[in-house]
Write a protein that binds this ligand. Structure first.
Ligand code: SF4
Length: 732
């Protein structure tokens, strides 16, 4: 009898097919698997972990004559479980990119209009040392700042701390997940982890809002949600766009952009008023229920329909479905959360919804991660005391990490104290931070800009000194600790010698530290000794780690609440705070409230942007293996609306924003029913201006060229970027 095709049977079949591939043994000789061929040729197999996105999946490099010829997933890795995504598989494209930075460079021209002089490492590091000491002498050590993204950033942070500077920031906080982390932190006294503590594989009901899950291809998370859905979990996706994950959902709610808070508050109200919440859980673990109940009275489903355009009966239906499946429900916290400026509060609403459903610490909701870590290098001297200067983030009382926003502003205004030197490690700030002109103004005010990178990204043009780091395939890096239900410890180690004159960050910072008189903070002989001593201090067998790439330490405590495993909440009350006195004391709403946000003016669309499954933004758009598959982005336009405007599928257009800024370049129109008619959408990371990136240069349009306006989240300093509106200009 033929099996009826459904999404679930498809997912199950896909899983079986994947499993089957590994089991096939009787293939004709010409199709011998690569692993068998490698074994016959006696190739070296060296485990390390991927850096083409922060998920850091374990991989095994197959090396022949000091050349990586293939990579495979490391089956021991909890992040990848033996699999790599398309980007991860393109490691050779990153390693052997002819556009890589090859030698240290000194700009002998103007900042932003560089004239590069090839330098020796000695010359480049001497120049940086001289400038750092000059700046410290004039303004103090706290006038330097580090922007970093990626595993090697830890060595730079250590260098700056050793120098007496506490300004280290990552765009991943103020330009990405900071509001989410703080929203959950203010509610539970804990954030949601990275990778997140979602228990998707056991969920019975999942709700995602504006999520790029699937397009971000966060490896094990995608495997988990796939398993959850194949095992019968229902999925509701709220998004103005039919994203990849929405296409797998039972229900897609194409919400009017900027109204998600209305939907969340209505759901909270229904779940309370219909008694669908977990009464025992709330009684035992939460505080502020009565205040919450009173505060959400006004948010009826009918009211929410007028704001969101989602029918009220659908709103009620989804709330009931969540209630019915509680506590095995996961309302995803999201990741890229800087949307409209009230983002910490929106994340609080998500956290509160999960609390009402009793899903925190419950199977199918959010699990409790394994505890533990790896100790720091033993015997290092204490960092020097920081100078007594005003805190940069004083305006944002819940900025748990320093924000790029305040460093940028202090670089322009000198307030609350001047910032005069930037170290930029592995982050392309021209594409990361909103309002390029403001970023340029800050850069022009500095006395030193050092960029440490693998590729000549857009930001490189603004550096005085460029230090070429070798790729993740060629270096030792910091230890990576993953907190899943078990603890994962991963090692990055070189698979081949660094190409050209590129160097690892452990070496660069040690050399620079020596020149700055900080040798006592860098006692290790090399990267391997640094890592082996840390492992030794933590009782981890370094030889096994080197051989296997990953060590998993089983956590014996339960990942869920049990009679013997009661949760601890790091909030002031020791409970889940549905009503936040912490926020109230600082003048913020203790319970999230709905705020109306501006809607597009006539003739304009809201500009939405996100992730492509084949790229990690501008980090990979130049990768020859990935550019071959996708070299430019497209503009998603609602089909009906596009036709009304006379647009044709595939024609090139350009865009001009609400401030009259026209994006350089052109972008292909994609007419689709997968988009609402009040917004357009594009992948971020394209429209690269850096000439040195020969494949990525001028391919598509950069959303970041059009983000001239942003709203700061007053709670934690995040920069909301979804309030920009664009007009489509034909004839590009
Ligand atoms: Fe690499 Fe893909 Fe894993 Fe990210 S998800 S670390 S790009 S293999």
């Amino acid at each position: 009898m033929p099996t009826k095709f459904s999404r679930r049977t498809f997912l199950k079949a896909a899983g079986a097919l994947t499993a089957g591939v590994a089991a096939v043994t009787t293939v004709p000789k010409k199709y011998l698997s690569w692993a068998e061929e490698a074994a016959q040729k006696d190739m070296k197999q060296i485990p390390t972990f991927c850096e083409l996105c922060f998920w850091n999946c374990g991989l095994i490099a197959k090396v022949e004559n000091n050349k990586v010829v293939k990579i495979d997933g490391n089956p021991l890795s909890l992040r990848g479980r033996g699999r790599l995504c398309g980007r991860g598989n393109a490691a050779l494209g990153a390693l052997y990119d002819p556009d890589r930075l090859k030698f240290p460079l000194i700009n002998v021209g103007k900042r932003g209009e560089p004239v590069w002089k090839r330098a020796t490492w000695e010359e480049a590091l001497n120049l940086i040392t001289e400038k750092m000491n000059l700046i410290k002498g004039k303004y103090g050590a706290e006038s330097l700042a580090l922007f970093s993204h990626g595993t090697g950033g830890a060595f730079w942070k250590h260098l700056l701390k050793s120098y007496g500077c506490s300004n280290y920031t990552a765009p991943s906080f103020a330009q990405c997940r900071g509001p989410r982390d703080m929203g959950f932190y203010l509610t539970y006294g804990s954030d949601v982890g990275s990778p997140e503590y979602y228990d998707f594989s056991k969920s019975r009901y999942i709700v995602l809002l504006g999520s790029h899950l699937g397009e971000n291809v966060h490896n094990s998370q995608v495997q988990d949600i796939t398993k959850g859905l194949a095992d019968g979990a229902q999925l509701t996706v709220v998004d103005p766009r039919l994203s990849n994950i929405a296409s797998k959902a039972d229900r897609w709610l194409p919400i009017k952009p900027a109204t998600d808070m209305a939907l969340l508050l209505a759901w909270i109200r229904i779940i309370i008023e219909e008694g669908l919440y977990d009464k025992e859980y709330i009684e035992k673990y939460a505080s502020g229920f009565d205040e919450l109940r009173t505060a959400v009275q006004q948010y009826t489903p009918q009211w929410a329909e007028t704001e969101t355009t989602i029918p009220s009966d659908t709103i009620v239906k989804v709330a009931r479905e969540m209630g019915k499946n509680a506590p095995h429900v996961c309302v995803g916290a999201g990741r890229y959360a800087v949307w409209y400026g009230d983002d910490t509060q929106r994340s609080r609403a998500i956290a509160i919804l999960n609390a009402l459903l009793g899903s925190w610490g419950r199977e199918g909701g959010y699990f409790f991660p394994a505890k533990g870590g790896v100790p720091e290098y033993p015997g290092l001297p204490a960092y020097p005391p920081h100078e007594d200067v005003p805190k940069l983030d004083v305006a944002y009382p819940f900025a748990a990490l320093q924000t790029t926003t305040s460093i940028k502003h202090a670089s322009i205004t000198g307030l609350p104290h001047p910032i005069k030197g930037w170290f930029i490690y592995g982050c392309n700030l021209m594409k990361t931070m909103p309002d390029k002109q403001e970023t340029i103004k800050a850069l022009q005010n500095l006395e030193l800009v050092v960029a440490i990178d693998v590729l000549p990204a857009d930001i490189i043009a603004w550096a005085d000194v460029v230090l070429p780091e070798c790729t993740y395939m060629e270096r030792y890096d910091n230890i990576n600790v993953g907190k899943f239900k078990d603890l994962e410890i991963s090692l990055r180690q070189p698979t081949v010698e660094p190409l050209w004159e590129s160097k690892p960050s452990w070496w660069i910072t040690k050399e620079l530290g020596g020149k700055l008189g900080l040798s006592a903070y860098f006692p290790w002989k090399d990267g391997e000794e640094y890592l082996s001593k840390r492992c030794e201090a933590g009782g981890i067998d370094f030889a096994t780690l080197k051989k296997n790439g990953v060590i998993v330490k089983t956590d014996k405590s339960a990942p869920y609440i049990t009679a013997d495993n009661q949760p601890e909440f790091g909030t002031p009350s020791g409970k889940i705070e549905l009503y936040s006195k912490q926020l109230e004391e600082k003048g913020f709403d203790p319970v999230p409230k709905y705020t109306k946000h501006p809607q597009p003016p006539a003739g304009h669309f809201r500009l939405l942007f996100g992730r492509a499954s084949l790229h990690t933004f501008s980090r990979t758009t130049n990768n020859f293996m990935l550019a071959d598959l996708q070299k430019e982005n497209a503009l998603w336009v609602n089909e009906k609306k596009g036709k009304e405007l006379g647009l044709k599928n595939g024609e090139y257009v350009t865009l001009v924003n609400q401030d009259g800024v026209m994006a350089p370049g052109r972008i292909k129109v994609k007419l689709t029913q997968r988009m609402r008619d009040d917004a357009v959408y594009m992948y971020h990371g394209f429209g690269v201006h850096a000439k040195g990136l020969t494949r990525a240069n001028n391919q598509g349009i950069a959303d970041d060229d059009l983000i001239t306006k942003y709203v700061i989240d007053p709670i934690m300093g995040g920069t909301a970027m979804r309030g920009n509106f664009v007009k489509i200009v034909k004839g590009a």
